[in-house]
Design a binder for this molecule. Structure first.
Ligand code: TXA
Ligand code: MG
Length: 317
């Protein structure tokens, strides 16, 4: 931790766990440090980064104005898996926001992230710690596999939530959800009333288009047991994934069986990585219901299943 803080102060990169996925962090006030993030990830520099803060009280330094509804969401869900997009203050380097006039802010709850932010005592810009267009890492080993062993990684074990933060902003006075994530839309609505789901809309920010969570394994997404049962699971190259309670008898040699929706989210990316390592050709996936965290899981699976190079609203992050 001490070394991590020293490295950040020296303008170097540090990977750290958050409750969602691991982040690749740099001093958010240091433009040249921030540029190293893009280089290390192979990410285009116009894709904006999230600034992580240790304390809600620091939010005012990074944004000139936070809408009352968004502030209420911050109050309800921070520290936690929520990112709020608000107009950026003059001190936010342009490199952080990819030239946008807004900035993404998040106060993570993971104790290691919290300790790092407290020790550093300023904002840390961090995207997920994967190479551009690939699965977000949910363990320190996955970070090293993605970005190399020379990177200083704070190892906090496997992350709790397993999918990235939910992203909200305000547009024409409406609270808008831009990315499904760790805080389900139902909980956002419970906290502040109407929230528009714009996770597929054209108004999404640059950096949220054209992309991919690109595992090697082919994914077949099934809504129903009938679709699922069309596959021949005696083929050892075919694995299955789904909620234990919903999966029909299958007899597949490799299975990613999730006891709950929370566990589905927590083990999703790790399972896709494991399938690649096992050189599984295909996973036949029984999708979780589109409620709660299930919505974020379905979103990530849909992106991961999309053919490489498909030009739609997949996000490459
Ligand atoms: O859970 C998470 O959010 C993780 C952990 C590390 O905090 N971070 C993460 O960062 O997923 P990244 O860069 O992989 O995804 C952030 C998304 C990108 O799609 C980016 O375009 C969007 O947030 N974003 C960031 N700032 C934005 C802004 N000012 N306006 C619109 N979208 C923004
Ligand atoms: Mg990402």
């Amino acid at each position: 931790m001490k070394k991590a803080i020293q490295l950040l102060r020296a303008g170097e990169l540090v990977a750290f766990p958050t409750e969602t996925v691991y982040g690749l962090g740099a001093d958010a006030r240091n433009e040249s440090a921030v540029l190293k993030i893009f280089e290390r990830k192979g990410r285009p520099t116009h894709h904006p980064l999230i600034v992580h803060l240790g304390d809600v009280a620091q939010v005012g330094a990074w944004t000139d104005h936070i809408d009352a509804c968004l502030a209420a969401l911050g109050e309800a869900f921070w520290p936690g898996p929520l990112t709020i997009i608000a107009p950026r203050s003059a001190l936010v380097p342009a490199a952080v926001t990819g030239g946008l006039l807004t900035v993404g802010l998040r106060v993570p709850s993971h104790p290691v992230a919290a300790a790092l932010l407290k020790g550093f005592s300023d904002g840390i810009a961090a995207p997920s710690a994967n190479r551009f267009g690939r699965l977000s890492p949910t363990s320190a080993q996955a970070v090293r596999d993605e970005l190399g062993s020379t990177l200083h990684v704070l190892d906090g074990g496997s992350t709790q939530v397993g999918v990235e933060s939910s992203i909200v902003t305000i547009e024409d006075g409406q609270v808008v959800l831009l990315r499904h994530g760790g805080v389900p839309i139902e909980l956002l609505r419970e906290a502040i009333g109407p929230v528009t789901d714009d996770t597929h809309g054209a108004s999404r920010a640059s950096g949220m288009m054209d992309s991919h969570y690109a595992p090697q394994v082919e994914l077949t997404l099934c809504e129903t047991a009938t679709e699922f049962n069309r596959w021949d699971f005696t083929d050892p190259d075919i694995a299955v994934m789904g909620l234990a309670a919903d999966l029909p008898d299958h007899g597949a040699r490799t299975h990613f069986t999730m006891a709950s929706v929370d566990e589905y989210a927590r083990h999703l990316f790790e399972s896709l990585r494991a399938a690649d390592e096992l050189a599984i050709a295909r996973i036949v996936v029984l999708l979780p219901p589109a409620t709660g965290l299930g919505t974020a899981i379905r979103d990530r699976l849909r992106r991961a299943a999309a053919p490489v190079g498909q030009n739609d609203t997949n996000e490459a992050q």
